[in-house]
Design a protein around this ligand. Structure first.
Ligand code: FAD
Length: 605
């Protein structure tokens, strides 16, 4: 490997979304020589697609809002399965992180008195989402990216990491990280990064499902890399199906329709014109949800004396309700239900507050949302599950390996509230960058990269070229997406999950006989072949945990166990790879116990 490209840094951040950029800025500011590696172009990360806003209890619209209420909303939204410490840090630090973005040049929408405007979203007691129309992610990425580039942080774009490199084991646990191995997408040439701290910020897993709001990048790379390095994953049974994705035309099925449509007054109706969400208010949220149309509508103007509309229940509740209406035969012509803002707000209001939605429907579906209702249905949107990390530093069980953003687990429990991802990226991105930098500074002797491991990584990456006439990666991916959608989707049963695991095993054996055409220069078939390993591993983890959890909670709904079960309420399911057999193993683990002073926030309601 004489000609192999090599780089050496203190901190290597894998991923250039909000989490990766914020981590890299923090690591750089703390003095670390920092690099960002990302598999698409800078600015194309998933974060750019975020629409609604960043949740932070700044109290700009409702002075009653504070971190304690945000903490409580987040924990309740996650059905109390969240790591309490992460939820606390998140609620406490989010306002500062938003203000800092503004200092760095982000231009938020304003209130009449010039403060950062905040909008309503499901599960948040007060209007809390700092936003820029419905293009908040774009502004966030623009701001962070400009800053990262101005600071001189090195960026390796269109470069995909396929393996983490590790030194010799130093004790009982997994061996510390020593770097990462990847390839340039354009040339197919390999590259090695040496670093005592690696931060995974690779985002989610949505591309394992057929109908999804996620882009091609979301193949669970960070989840799989961490697992293979000896880290653990938690909350993997919890996948968020967003209630409102486009259902038509087929080419855009799954594309997101932002929750801001409901936050700004939009309502859901079935084919009979009935505003059906009033029929689906669960016991758990009865006390805080309006049960008449009058009260629901009055809430937008007067939050003190009215309870919130049922359209703004947490996403899992709304998605299940829509699913039931469609199943009961009360769906829209293209298999969704109706989302109506046209009859509720003026065309000017709609075009000002929801410009992207206006254009999205006009251009893609030829629907004018200021005049007609939209047709929408559930779409795979976000994974609550991810790498198990220390809540303060985001370090995984692998020394020197950090995970942050959507690829980490714990923060959102069984269901994430809208807006809580962008704030999560900022709060924990900064924390991970700080910790990764501190570790690098404290590492006097660097672990050398093992040349055997580099050779092995190259062989593994080139394996799909070895076989002729084998399986086509696109065919396996298509089959996986369909099966995950059908068997591990929004409503689950034991038989279907058992079947899903069988299917995944079948796909794994097929994937061992992959072949790709052509050569190493820009070869999407080869790239997919490498991503597919990750998608299969992550899918297996999701199905394994979903089969084990015999209750319904948050993003995980079991038709055969429809109730939320207290005995599951204090338990995480932890997935690891057995170091010997390399098989996925599952263990039950008690949730960390919340201190009494935090418990008091829940009694107040
Ligand atoms: P990303 O932004 O996806 O970044 C991942 C990065 O990792 C990319 O740069 C990618 O190239 C890189 N990468 C991945 N694998 C590799 C690899 N193997 N090697 C190298 N690089 C790799 N949340 C909110 O809070 N508010 C919202 O309003 C909101 N709206 C949303 C709207 C849409 C349409 C979608 C899809 C999501 C929305 N979310 C929202 C969720 C939120 O946008 C995401 O959870 C969040 O942006 C994830 O950020 P991240 O930094 O973890 O990952």
């Amino acid at each position: 490997s004489g000609g192999l490209e090599r780089h050496s840094y203190d901190v290597v951040v894998v991923g250039a979304g909000g989490a990766g950029l914020r981590a890299a800025i923090a690591a750089h500011d703390a003095g670390a020589r920092t690099a960002i590696v990302c598999k698409s172009l800078l600015g194309k990360a998933h974060t750019v697609m975020a629409e609604g806003g960043i949740a932070a209890a700044m109290g700009n619209r409702w002075p009653e809002d504070n971190w304690e209420v945000h903490f409580r909303d987040t924990m309740r939204g996650g059905k109390m399965l969240n790591n309490w410490r992460m939820a606390q840090l998140h609620a406490q630090e989010a306002p500062e992180r938003v203000m800092e973005l503004e200092d760095w040049g982000a231009l938020f929408d304003r209130t009449d008195d010039g403060l950062i405007s905040q909008r309503d979203f499901g599960g948040h007691k007060y209007a809390r989402l700092a936003h820029v129309g419905d293009r908040t992610g774009l502004e966030m990425i623009r701001t962070l990216q400009q800053r990262a580039v101005a600071l001189g942080i090195d960026v390796f774009m269109e470069c995909t990491i396929t393996e983490l490199l590790q030194g010799p084991a130093t004790g009982e646990g997994p061996a510390p990280v020593s770097g990462a191995f990847g390839y340039w997408r354009e040339t197919g040439r390999f590259v090695v990064f040496e670093a005592p701290s690696v931060v995974l910020a690779t985002g989610g897993i949505g591309k394992s499902f057929k109908v999804t709001s996620n882009s091609w990048e979301y193949t669970g790379d960070g989840h799989a890399l961490a697992l293979r390095a000896g880290a653990s994953l938690i909350n993997m049974e919890f996948v968020q199906f967003h209630p409102t994705g486009m259902v038509w035309p087929p080419s855009v099925k799954g594309l997101l329709v932002t929750e801001s449509v409901r936050g700004d007054g939009g309502i859901l109706k079935n084919s009979e014109g009935e505003r059906f969400m009033f029929d689906y208010i669960p016991e758990f949220f009865k006390a805080e949800t309006a049960d008449t149309v009058e009260e629901a509508d009055a809430w937008y103007e007067d939050k003190k004396n009215n309870r919130r509309p049922p359209e703004l229940l947490p996403r899992d509740e709304v998605a299940r309700a829509i699913n039931s209406e469609i199943k009961a035969g009360r769906g829209s012509p293209h298999g969704g239900v109706f989302l109506d803002i046209a009859s509720r707000r003026s065309p000017e209001f709609i075009r000002k507050r929801l410009p992207s939605m206006y254009h999205q429907f006009k251009e893609l579906a030829d629907v004018d949302i200021t005049k007609e209702p939209m047709e929408i249905g559930p779409t795979c949107h976000y994974v609550m599950g991810g790498v198990e990390v220390d809540p303060d530093t985001q370090e995984s069980a692998v020394p020197g390996l950090y995970a942050v953003g959507e690829c980490s687990g714990g923060m959102h429990g069984s269901n994430r509230l809208g807006g809580n991802s962008l704030s999560d990226l900022l709060v924990f991105g900064r924390r991970a960058g700080d910790a990764a930098s501190a570790r690098a500074a404290g590492t006097t002797e660097r672990t050398p990269i093992s040349e055997d491991d580099v050779q092995a990584a190259q062989r593994e990456a080139l394996a799909p070229f070895e076989l002729e006439g084998g399986e086509n990666p696109y065919a396996i991916q298509g089959d996986l997406q369909q099966q995950m959608n059908d068997l591990v989707g929004i409503i689950r049963t034991r038989d279907e999950l058992t079947q899903a695991l069988k299917e995944v095993q079948g796909f794994k054996s097929r994937a061992e006989r992959l072949s790709v055409e052509g050569h190493r220069q820009y070869n999407p078939g080869w790239h997919l072949a490498l991503d597919l390993r990750n998608m299969l591993l992550v899918s297996e983890c999701i199905a394994t945990a979903a089969l084990e959890r015999t209750e319904s909670r948050g993003g995980h709904t079991r038709d055969d166990f429809p109730m939320t079960d207290d005995s599951w309420g204090a338990k995480n399911l932890v997935l690891r790879l057995d170091p010997e057999t390399r098989e996925v193993t599952l263990a039950h683990q008690e949730l960390p116990i919340m201190p009494d002073e935090l418990k008091t926030f829940f009694q107040a309601t």
